[in-house]
Design a protein around this ligand. Structure first.
Ligand code: HEC
Length: 160
């Protein structure tokens, strides 16, 4: 908990050291750690890349309005606070194990998480406060996005 309190107090997150966290611990702190090493903030937290990896607690995992455009259309990293709050922790574990998405979401990384990773992630996400607005909706192939976007080339194609 101390890391999260610190985030709230000084608007700056201190990365928890992996040495302080047991591998199978289920905690908010470990959830924060997993969200960092799993790269979730890279796409799901606005401003994270520009701030060289500093997490703004106001924006943490609320999704992004910058699209990812490719042969699949334009996708937006979703608001994970909004997604998590409709699940119980058990349903969330199942959800992460079975969820496939369009690019560039690395769903294969999320599916590789073990149960304590998914549970910790859930505790962290649901500790973050009000979900706020949803990310922009998916734009279908050929439709010009109404937001800034990144074009992915060479193209990465979805399975279906
Ligand atoms: C390279 C960018 C990127 C990274 C890194 C990334 N995501 Fe995503 N994520 C996306 C995009 C884009 C979507 C929307 C995909 C779609 O519309 O099909 C998405 C969708 C999702 C979804 C399904 C929609 C929802 O909210 O229920 C989940 C769950 C998710 N991401 C969790 C994670 C987690 C957990 C991590 C870290 C381990 C992560 N993502 C890392 C870009 C990313």
């Amino acid at each position: 908990m101390r890391t999260i309190d610190l985030c709230a107090a000084v608007a700056l997150c201190i990365v928890p050291s992996s040495q302080l966290l047991a591998a199978d611990e289920v905690s908010v702190e470990r959830g924060l750690y997993i969200s960092i090493i799993g790269g979730c903030h890279f796409c799901h937290t606005e401003g994270y890349r520009e701030a060289d990896g500093k997490i703004d607690p106001e924006k943490a995992l609320k999704g992004s309005s910058v699209g990812w455009r490719g042969p699949w259309g334009t996708t937006y990293a979703s608001n994970l606070r909004e997604s998590a709050r409709v699940y119980t922790v058990d349903k969330w574990v199942d959800y992460l194990k079975n969820r496939f998405t369009m690019p560039p979401m690395p769903w294969y990384q999320v599916q590789a998480m073990n149960e304590s990773d998914s549970r910790s992630l859930f505790l962290y996400i649901t500790s973050l406060g009000a979900p706020g607005d949803a990310a922009p909706r998916y734009r279908t192939i050929g439709k010009e996005p109404k937001t800034p976007y990144v074009t992915l080339a060479p193209p990465q194609t979805p399975k279906k």
